[in-house]
Design a protein around this ligand. Sequence first.
Ligand SMILES: [Mg+2]
Length: 216
Amino acid sequence: MPETIDYDGVVRMLRGAAEKVTTHHGRLSELDAVLGDGDHGADMRRAMAMLAKAIAENRSRDIASVLSDVGWAVIGAGGGAAGPLFGTFFMGMAEAASTRATLDAPALAAVFSHALAAVRRQTKAEPGDKTLLDALVPAVGRYRAAADAGHDVSSAMEAAADAAEKGAEATCAMQARFGLAADRGEASVGTVDPGAASVGLMFRGFADALAAAESE
Ligand SMILES: [Mg+2]
């Protein structure tokens, strides 16, 4: 089991997220059609295409550099309220990765925590408001707990992906208190928040990419 990931590992993770989100973009738009303006899947597909392009054009072999390029690309892709928050997440990861050439599980936990803090500075939403935070907060928390318990990079990511998906599912029972979905009032109950669903896909993509790299 690899104890650390390097530039190639980070790129693999990012590509895994892009592949997962892109594959399921139709469901994201279906959810957004109920709760918002129906474009979240298209927004995320465009953002993930920009992410892939930024990776392809990044020749630095530096973790912070590729994360920063990806962050700018995703922010530049626009996409409602959620899109730029994903970009902010990657920018926050870049900032925390700094000059590191490799990341072990505790270091990646710190990187995720820093990125989550950056996202939370950009939104007034709180957990329970039926937003992407309802998946992101548990995902990062579970990653940190798994790293603290001695799990390696990829098994901590499995745990984080489980937490992100469970967090996304839990938004189904919530009434939206934020964004366009809040206008739906009680009618927002019964549908998963599309931003939270995207976070679930992103972390599942991270985890699957790391698991696939291990079995190579
Ligand atoms: Mg939308």
